[in-house]
Design a protein around this ligand. Structure first.
Ligand SMILES: NC(=O)c1ccc[n+]([C@@H]2O[C@H](COP(=O)([O-])OP(=O)(O)OC[C@H]3O[C@@H](n4cnc5c(N)ncnc54)[C@H](O)[C@@H]3O)[C@@H](O)[C@H]2O)c1
Length: 264
């Protein structure tokens, strides 16, 4: 069977996990899915060990990958990660911006520092990666950029994460502006907006809870989804795979919700 990303190279920002003891993070699921479909992957993460762990998993399924340490909020790190990928493979067909953090709090209790940190990582990180990768995509004749946003960019939610909401909403518009501007150069830019996904990271949000309390919280999260369950990182990766592949060759500027109709 033809691999859907055969011959393509990918720079994956945030390809590790913030909770190695858990299951598959969104970034790891994308890494493994893209690798199974034939892409070679540069896995960058703030934590080199987390990136290396993902690379190990890619190699185990017969893929090709290498690990990089990069803080996406630091221009020099992003520039180095892009250069290292180009040095290795001479092109970047797919840029997958997966990094995202959150800080609890609404407008009244979010500090200026927390606001800046969340925007620096969620929004400036994607800005810097796009800024550094687009010239390579222009000179090679095209590419696909995927920004991982969230349905929290679209609607109110009971938990307060104002800086997260704002940074992801801005990421949506960055996506659409880049899509329009670079369409003539065959560079597509889309966003995936996961809803409630049962990733290992979610468990870190409730690390102060007992196992019984956590189980209860998960029942509540499942019940809030119209399908009666949270999504999986694999379901997020499947959407990203479509956008990364040539099957989406005329798809750009899309904000693709992966939320089982939760945002409808
Ligand atoms: N899990 C959900 O329910 C959910 C819902 C909507 C959106 N998302 C989005 O999906 C993406 C991944 O989520 P996840 O749940 O798998 O989280 P995760 O925390 O497991 O993965 C994020 C990765 O980014 C890395 N990272 C953090 N700061 C970084 C930095 N400054 N530079 C480089 N790497 C950095 C972390 O080390 C981690 O490996 C995020 O953008 C998140 O906002 C998740």
């Amino acid at each position: 069977m033809t691999q859907r990303l055969a011959g393509k190279t990918c720079l994956l920002m945030g390809g590790g996990t913030s909770f190695p003891e858990g299951g598959l993070s969104n970034g790891q699921a994308v890494a493994l899915t893209f690798a199974r479909e034939g892409a070679r992957i540069a896995v960058a993460d703030l934590r080199l060990d987390a990136a290396q762990d993902t690379v190990k998993q890619i190699l185990a399924v017969g893929g090709e990958a290498f690990a990089l340490r990069a803080d996406v909020s630091r221009h020099v790190d992003v520039r180095d990660a892009v250069q290292a990928t180009l040095d290795r493979w001479s092109r970047i067909d797919i840029l997958h911006n997966n990094v995202g953090i959150e800080a609890r709090g609404g407008i009244l209790d979010t500090t200026e520092e927390a606001w800046d940190r969340v925007h620096d990582i969620n929004l400036k990180g994607a800005f810097l990666a796009c800024k550094e990768v687009i010239p390579a995509m222009q000179s090679q004749g095209g590419g696909s950029i995927i920004n991982v946003s969230s349905t929290a960019s679209l609607k109110w939610g009971p938990a307060e994460f104002i800086s997260y909401n704002s940074s992801k909403a801005a990421l949506n518009h960055l996506t659409r502006v880049l899509a329009r501007q670079f369409a003539p150069m065959n560079i597509r830019c889309n966003a995936v907006l996961p809803g409630m996904i049962d990733t290992p990271h979610i468990r870190t949000l409730y690390k102060d809870k007992t196992p019984e309390e956590l189980a209860e919280i998960m029942v509540g999260r499942n019940a809030r989804c119209p399908m009666g369950r949270q999504g999986t990182s694999q379901e997020v990766a499947n959407a990203a795979l479509f956008l990364a592949s040539d099957e989406a060759s005329y798809v750009s500027g899309v904000l693709l919700t992966v939320d089982g109709a939760s945002s409808v």
